[in-house]
Design a protein around this ligand. Sequence first.
Ligand code: ADP
Length: 599
Amino acid sequence: MARGRRRDDDEQAPGAPPRRLGVLARLLPLLRPHRGRFALATLLLLIGSAMTLVYPQAAQRAIDAGLSGGGSTVQLDQMAAVVVVVFVVNAALTWARHYLMSWLGERVVADLRSRVYERLLAQPLAYFHERPSGELTGRLAADVTTIQSIVGSELSMTLRELVTLLGGIGMMLVQSWSLTAAMLVILPPLIATGFFFGKKIRKRSGEVQDRLAETSAQVQETTAAIATVQAFRREVREVARYGSRVEDFFIAATKLASLRGGFIATMSLLGWLSTAAMLWLGARQIVAGTMTAGELTAFLLYTTMVAFALGGLANLWGSLQAAAGATQRLFDILDRVPELKDPASPKPLPAPEGRLQLQDVTFTYPTRKEAPALSHVSLHIDPGETVAVVGRSGAGKSTLASLVYRFFDVDDGRVLVDGVDVRDVALRDLRGRLAIVHQEPVLFSGTIHDNIAWARPDASRDDVVAAAKRAHAHEFTAGFAQGYDTVIGERGVKLSGGQRQRIAIARALLADPRLLILDEATSSLDGESEALVHDALATLMKGRSTLVIAHRLSTVKDAHRIVVLDHGRVVDSGTHDALVKKDGVYRTLVEHQLVLAAE
Ligand code: ADP
């Protein structure tokens, strides 16, 4: 991390529109299915908050009864009993409200997580290329959690503080409108001071965090490259550089401390001054006989409640803003309509034949507009044919495969699968017609069975075993103690490159498509593994049309046709024998072993 991230940055992506709390209203529809619970929780909350407003009344009666000497102890005992009952009921309400609100928070978050994930997986590849994957997982983890805390606790806290604030002011008015009027004069400057300091403190905290991040970044950088630091005898300089950063941090932190101290001092001074003013004004009314001591006590207790409620609301303001940022980012994903949509009325695909045509296809990556990745490319594969695409790295071979899958839309020209334009059929139908075996097969955490059945989750164990046998994946699988239930991946056994490829081939065999895309392995496998993979591939390709992104001379030689790509253009095509006779790119490729000899 070269640059420090400020807290504010975490809450708002750069360039995002200013945070608006209004976006939080979009969370309400998520609560709709649970509105019964929400209403109940809110009701409990209102009752609980209203009950706390009763305490000062009890204090008032106790003091007036005690001080005036007229009250009996029986009255006091009754009041104490009532207060205890109120406490107990309030505790029960608190539990119920807390549970219900947290339940709602967790429920909304669980729903939101799944919806965001579902939407994410529907986005076109380009969406993922434009964003670091950390950002996306971050959204699912951090942003969703921020929302959970708002629905689960902050929303109810805000409501409670609001009820206390308004109820408290209401009760104060009932107790003494003149004192309340005086309070309402004192309050606004107090709030304004709070906001003024709050803003400055937030800004300064951001700076302090920046400085801290800079020091951490340096430690990370130098310790990671400690050998270089020591080899170049940079220790003394680095220590000096670190020292000056630590100093910067120290200065920023002390400035913040001074500001915080000032804030606390000013607020408590103003707080005590207003309390004293209230006491002074109230005491005068007691002397004048227009107020009792109990009433003044109750009034002061309400004042305290109102002050705490205000403080609480000020704190919640920051959380609400953070939640608004998180909500905005998540709804950005939820609102995103994938650019590669299914057509309004998708055409059905005809019976699978395994025919592929690219007609005068031109395509430029949206993220790389300088030069088209493919220009005016035409090729066709008839049922059962194998066509190999060869070319230097960066020639456009993988792009070609992506267009068949409609990971991107062509800018010009057409891609036809079984005679139908890929843009006219539903994406699921199209992709169901194809199977791809990647150069670096991707296996997911799970069992060998799951990984083979990945393409057809309803496949029976017999189907899976049959596919594995044909792909030469059975022998080694049967060798594991748990057989097909062996877990692979990080938490299980590690497979060799050849074994992984054979599992991927078994997966494609199970999918049983007419049209196959083979992104051939360049990684060198040991002789035996190579032979097994080759044999498994031959089984897979039998009777299917195959587009091979070729690196191996053996597959290229057997192909019905070879298409030579260079800088996104088809520069030649023909059989191996015809092409080597020409003095073209293909011969250079063969001579330079860019097409790896596998014999
Ligand atoms: P090959 O498979 O023949 O090595 P590619 O099809 O991967 O070639 O790449 C063709 C060209 O497109 C290259 O210039 C490459 O840099 C560019 N390219 C590939 N993928 C992307 C992408 N996701 N975004 C932008 N440019 C890309």
